[in-house]
Design a protein around this ligand. Structure first.
Ligand SMILES: [Fe+2]
Length: 419
């Protein structure tokens, strides 16, 4: 498995065909070792069964590419309802909170569906009749679902007292000489924000525009578990004045007292992850926290969450490398070294920026216009990618977005302050 996940193929491949095969195969590799039962269950409305992810990513290619072709024979027209996520312009999707009820088609039938779509796609690519732009969206879409596939399974498995590991790992600990938290300051300046014309980007990253960045200071690494424990022992979860009103209401409702997947045993904190239950690593970046918790922590620390443009500005100057899916570490790890650390990988970093259209935003044409734009309400931007993000999905301009109460993704924080 390691060979293929680590392979620098996918989108850099010399041919569109090998890029397609590499991305599609990786989804199958991620499902290796999981049973039909593992892949059928749904643990909450926000998460989908693994089987659904495998089918939906195939439906995407079928619906937006193959069905446009006259010689394509539809695999099963009912799949249009079952495996459409939210594209109202092309049909009525099956209710998301009930995806766990889809016991038919079976896993085997879904795998057959994948193979069927792949066969037509490969044939079309060989004949040169596949729309390159839409296929590229389809590959990036599938990479997004590879991350969701894992985080949804993590949420599902966390409910099981057997605490099963989704993946095996022997390298979940970071270095002994973990980086200290330092600060770097940056002057006021006008910077370019958003994706340029080179390479792939989603519509929400465009257009590239100028932004006046005020002087700011940024922590050189994300907040770690030891620092989060300090926040907890100093009344972080019991002091309402640290919290936004919505955040405090959410805390009352949920009873949060620690990040998701933490549990205490014999005075020791443990953390459930894709690699099973592990002793909490104090130096690793804290993860599975909501926006509300991140904001309360920043308030407690006398700092603030970064703005999305601040993190994008730093990312523009940073080489894209880090603890991504390809490393197969399956959890955020401490890093060593000096200077700005972990801008990419490990944890998605919450920003205080609402997910809103940039000046001049134009949604993608057609049904794909529903991809991002209609979600620009009540969500916050996260930057940088996580330990289960495929590296090729990531770039400085990438804007992830989640609701402020959500914490089943690998979400963490880095502190910023005004200068
Ligand atoms: Fe999707």
């Amino acid at each position: 498995m390691a060979d293929t996940l680590n392979a620098e193929t996918t989108l850099q491949s010399p041919s569109r065909l090998s890029a397609f095969r590499a991305v599609r195969q990786r989804s199958m590799l991620l499902a290796e070792g999981l049973s039909a039962e593992d892949l059928a269950a749904q643990s909450m409305a926000d998460a989908s069964p693994g089987k659904w992810h495998l089918a939906h990513t195939s439906w995407f290619f079928e619906k937006f590419i193959l069905r446009e072709q006259s010689d394509y024979q539809c695999f099963n027209p009912v799949f249009d309802e079952l495996f459409n996520s939210y594209y109202l312009s092309v049909g009525q999707p099956y209710a998301r909170p009930q995806r766990g009820l889809i016991t038919r088609p079976s896993l085997q039938e879904v795998l057959d569906y994948r193979a069927y779509v792949d066969e037509y796609m490969v044939r079309g690519l060989e004949r040169g009749v596949i729309d390159d732009g839409v296929m590229t969206v389809g590959l990036h879409h599938e990479m997004q679902h590879q991350e969701l596939f894992l985080t949804d399974l993590l949420h599902l498995f966390s409910h099981n007292p057997l605490k099963p590991a989704v993946k095996k790992s022997d390298s979940h600990r970071g270095p002994a000489d973990a980086a200290a938290l330092q600060w770097q300051t940056f002057d006021e300046q006008i910077i370019p924000i958003g994706a340029g014309s080179e390479g792939f980007s989603y519509d929400c990253e465009r257009p590239n525009h100028r932004h006046l960045l005020s002087a700011f200071a940024l922590a050189t690494r994300p907040i770690n578990n030891a620092e989060w424990l300090e926040f907890m022992s100093d009344g972080g979860y019991t002091t309402p004045l640290l919290w936004l009103s919505d955040g405090w209401a959410c805390l009352q409702k949920t009873g949060w007292r620690a990040p998701a997947y933490w549990q205490q045993a014999d005075n020791e904190w443990q953390q459930f992850g894709l690699d099973g239950l592990q002793t909490l690593d104090p130096k690793a970046p804290v993860t599975h926290i909501s926006y509300y918790e991140a904001q309360a922590f920043a308030h407690w620390a006398g700092k603030r969450l970064p703005r999305e443009q601040e993190l994008e500005f730093i990312a523009q100057q940073t080489a894209r490398s880090g603890n991504f899916l390809e490393q197969e570490r399956w959890r955020p790890c401490a890093s060593s070294g000096t200077g700005m650390q972990q801008i990419y990988g490990d944890v998605w970093e919450w920003t205080q920026s609402a997910f809103l259209p940039y000046p001049g935003f134009v949604a993608e044409q057609g049904a794909l216009g529903e991809y991002n734009g209609k979600f620009m309400s009540r969500q916050f931007v996260l930057k940088g990618g996580s330990c289960v993000t495929p590296i090729e999905q990531m770039r400085a301009s990438y804007r992830n977005f989640f609701y402020p109460h959500q914490r089943w993704q690998f979400t963490g924080l880095r502190l910023a302050s005004d200068v």
